[in-house]
Every structure is written in C-alpha cells, then in structure tokens.
Ligand binder design. Structure first.
Ligand SMILES: [Zn+2]
Length: 494
C-alpha cells in the first residue's frame, strides 16, 4: 500500500466559502477518494491562511479582533466541508491560536533558507495589492488597478527580508521542463515556463510588524519583522503534516503527490514554493493541478464585484452529490466554466435521475419480482465497461472525462435493458440479464463513489453489497446480495 498526500489551496478566511472553494474542495475530494479506492493510504489537507493582512482589515470592518474573525470563519469552512461531504483529514490553521502546530515549522523553514544564504535584507518600495498580498510593477497593472482584484494598490516602502528566488531559476526551469515537477494541464506548464524565461526576481519574505499590524509569525531573531504571508501560508502544506513538530508523520506523508490550486496562484506554487523547499533541502511536490475559475456572466465570482452565488445556500436546495456531479461534469476540469443553475437542474434531471437513478430503480423493480438474491449467467455487459480508460483519465487527473465514461457505461446498461426487454423473459434468460445488470450496478457504485459518495453508499444499501474498491470492478461469476429496493436515488428538480 502506497501513500498519497493531496492538498487544496489554503483559503484566506476573510469571508465565507465561495464557489471557487466549492469547486476546489470537490476536485480535491474526488482525487483523494479515487486514490483510496486504489488502496492507498490517503491524506487530504486543507486549512486556513489566517495570518494575511486581509483578515486584519476584515476584522477592522466588523470591529472585532483578527483572532476572533479567523476563529469564527475557519469554523465556517470546516462546517462547510462537512456539509459538502468532503473527506478532509486535516484542516490546518496558521494563526496564534494554532501557533504550537504551525509556527515551529515555518520558523524552521526560514532558518534553513537563511543558512543556505537565501535570505537577505533590502530596502524596497512598490505598489502592493493587499488582497493578493503581492507587489506589482506598473506594467502588470490593469488600468492602474490590481489585474486580479481590480482594486487600487498601496505604495509601500520599507526595509524587508528578501528570498533569493533568482538563484533557483535554472533549476526550477529544468524540473518543470522534465516533468519532475509536473504541472497539469500543459497550458499552465507553458505559462510558468514563460514567466521563468522573463527572469525570476527575488521576493520579499517579511514585512514590518507595523504594516502587519503585529499579526503573523515572527521572523526568527528579529523584533520588528513578521514572516511574509506567502512564505507562511505555503508552509502549511508541510506543518499540517508535522513538519517542525512530528518528524515521523512528516516523513510518512511528504512530498505532496498533488497540490490542487486555482490559476491565480500558480506563480507561488510553481516558483516560490519549490525554491523555498530546495533552499531548505526538502523534497518537491510531485504534481501541481491547476483549475480555472467558476464564472458568472464571464467574470470571476468575487465579493467585491457582488456577483456571488452562495454555495452554502445551494445546499438548502441540492444534495452534496448533486452539486459535486454538476461541478465535475459541467465545469471543465482545467478551464474556466460558467455556473448556471439551469444547467445544474438539467444535469440532475437528465443524467442523475434519468440515467443513473432510473437504471437502479428499473433493475431493482425487476429483481424484487423474482424474490431472488443471487443471479448468474453469461457476461455480456463487461465488454462495455471501459475500466482502463476510466482509471487512465483519473490518473491523469482528467476528472470530467472520467466521469463522462462512467456515465457512458450507465447509458449502456439502460440500452441493454431496452434491447433485452427482461420483462418478456423467464427462467435462465431472465436470470442472466439481471446478473449482468446487477454486476454492472455494483461496479458503477464503486466507480461513481469518488464523485457521488452518498449515492454510491445508497446503491450498496439497496443491493445489500459491501462498498468495493477498484480491484472489485470485474464481473464476478455470480451476483450475490440482499436486495431491498429503497427510495428513488434522486428527485426531479422543477
Ligand atoms: Zn490583487
């Protein structure tokens, strides 16, 4: 049994979860659940980037202390993950209330980078976006505003510590080109290589305690500097699994097999993070999976633009499985997608209820009439199952393609019913058709489980079978269960 360590990005918790978080959580969850099916020991980590200045400003607006804000909001993210049935193993937090878990590791990473000669002091002044927590050059601005957040930047000038990113330029380039550090999809890999070819500049890794408002992890040995939020936040990927506190745990899980991130933070993950790890002599993550944005009216959803669909509200109307199904099947895995409630309802009615729900319902109705629980016959549907293709897609992180193939098999099963007309059959002929359908449904419950975990469990309950793993996705010589048709798996959305 291998290990598989996967992370989502660590959201700022200045506000409540939005659609982008929902997509990212679901994608991370699907990949984690698939690797559990393979039999790997899996750890799925998310957490909260609590030390950002954004949180201090959000707390100011609410007239509360930053700690109070992040405590309150982090819990909302944890609750949301639970309600969405996301199989997180770790929710790592970075602020003072969790300093025992997180701070020793960040400071250790800092000290090692310093020892490698990669940290130095410099006077700096520039335009700073407090939402990105990043300096921009004039050329990078969009009509004088932050290209991502479309807000005014602040002119900031101070003496900071810098990290020698430029020193790692050629090494990072080689690692990405060779695929040793894999960036998926290819277009994002090329984008990163383009950035490297323009030349990498050293970046600031601290800020004054005044500008940070005293909020964050102190720079080791300094009285007036706080560790820059990206250096701090990225470290959660290692401190969340014991770096600096639990060496055995860290050794078990690191390096990360997949970091799931949005396209807006690729620079930090594909350039800063590998350089920081190399500087400290740590192994690099294996794969960076980059998804797009969930758009509404062709714009990234964001609070500042007010075009937000509330993912918590969606849970009052739809089940987690329905939302997961929609996000994976409708939003391109690696590109921007448009959120539409009409498309969501359409997918539920046509595909979940019409294809999958009806298949299970039709077959179990026929089976119950026979009063039997075990069936055998000639394997006819097995060849329609493209198991290798489905696992290839999942291994390549092509989640949408994999789900499409699972659903194609569901439709093959419905076609088989229409062709065989089992309601006209008797005896061995009927047994054989039901055997094929029950074995197919048992396997569908396994292959759909990364995407539809609750539905998959309900199918198993109705079949009276145990939840299977990937190696159970072969037709057995007979089907044995304890069939008890339950309620329809999905309800029609009006
Ligand atoms: Zn910005």
């Amino acid at each position: 049994m291998g290990k598989f360590y996967i992370t989502t990005a660590i959201p700022y918790v200045n506000a409540l979860p939005h659609m982008g978080h929902m997509l990212e959580f679901v994608q991370g969850d699907v990949i984690a659940r698939y690797n559990r099916l393979k039999g790997d020991d899996v750890l799925l980590l998310t957490g909260a980037d609590e030390n950002s200045l954004t949180n201090v400003k959000a707390a100011d607006e609410q007239k509360i202390k930053p700690q109070e804000l992040v405590d309150k909001n982090s819990v909302k993210f944890i609750e949301y993950g639970k309600r969405m049935e996301i199989s997180f193993d770790v929710f790592a937090r970075s602020s003072a209330s969790h300093s025992k878990e997180h701070w020793p590791g960040v400071q250790e990473l800092w000290k090692l980078a310093d020892k490698s000669g990669d940290i130095y002091e410099k006077e700096y002044s520039g335009l700073y976006c407090i939402r990105c927590e990043l300096f921009y050059t004039e050329e990078e601005l969009d009509h004088g505003l932050c290209p991502i957040h479309k807000i005014k930047l602040e002119l900031v000038s101070e003496r900071n510590y810098f990290f020698r990113l430029s020193k790692y330029q050629e090494r990072i380039k080689r690692l990405i080109e060779s695929g040793e550090l894999r960036i998926v999809p290819e277009t994002r890999k090329n984008e990163v290589l383009g950035v490297i070819n323009e030349g990498l500049k050293d970046f600031s890794v601290s800020r004054s305690i005044t500008r940070a408002r005293g909020w964050g992890v102190p720079v080791p040995g300094s009285k007036d500097q706080i560790i820059y939020v990206w250096f701090d936040a990225l470290s959660i990927y290692i401190t969340g699994i014991g770096y600096g506190t639990d060496p055995a745990k860290f050794k078990k899980w690191w390096p990360a097999d997949v970091h799931v991130i949005g396209k807006d933070i690729i620079r930090f993950h594909a350039l800063y993070w590998p350089a920081m790890l190399m500087s400290a002599g740590l192994e690099l993550p294996r794969t960076i999976f980059v998804h797009g944005f969930v758009n509404l009216a062709k714009q990234k959803m964001s609070k500042t633009r007010g075009n937000v669909v509330d993912p918590v509200k969606l849970l009052e109307k739809y089940t987690p499985d329905e939302l997961k199904y929609y996000l994976i099947s409708d939003i391109p895995t690696f590109d921007d997608g448009e959120f539409s409630e009409e498309a969501l309802a359409d997918r539920i009615n046509k595909e979940l209820l019409g294809d999958l729900g009806n298949l299970v319902n039709r077959v179990l109705t026929l089976v119950e009439k026979t009063g039997k629980n075990s069936f055998s016959g000639k394997k006819e549907l097995q060849e329609k199952l493209k198991l290798d293709l489905i696992t290839q897609h999942l291994d390549a992180l092509e989640l949408q393609k994999a789900l499409n193939e699972v659903m194609a098999f569901v439709r093959e099963c419905n076609k088989y019913i229409n062709d065989k007309k089992p309601w006209t059959l008797k005896g061995e002929d009927l047994d054989s058709v039901l055997y094929n359908l029950l074995e197919s449904i048992r396997i569908i419950a396994i292959l759909a489980s990364p995407f539809l975990p609750v539905t998959s469990q309900r199918i198993n309950e109705q079949l009276g079978t145990r939840p299977g793993v990937l190696k159970d996705c072969k037709f057995r010589d007979d089907f044995k269960g304890r069939i008890k048709k339950g309620e329809h798996l999905f309800k029609k959305i009006e």
